[in-house]
Design a protein around this ligand. Structure first.
Ligand SMILES: [Zn+2]
Length: 61
């Protein structure tokens, strides 16, 4: 069974500085603080493709 923290999703800290509750998103969306109810903006997925990872090209060296 799932025993790791992955079962709880990603760990977040409430954006409200007076709350700052640490919680897991439980793989739910939208993500909301269980204490104050403030929604947390989902982390923007960075377009890593622009970085041009060298994993593929390294094979030709
Ligand atoms: Zn909160």
């Amino acid at each position: 069974m799932l025993t790791t923290s992955a079962a709880h999703g990603v760990k977040y800290i409430c954006a409200d500085t007076t709350c700052a509750t640490r919680f897991y998103d439980m793989n739910k969306s939208p993500i909301a603080c269980p204490k104050c109810g403030k929604t947390v903006p989902a982390p923007a997925k960075k377009p890593a493709a622009r970085r041009g990872r060298r994993v593929e090209t390294s094979l030709n060296n």
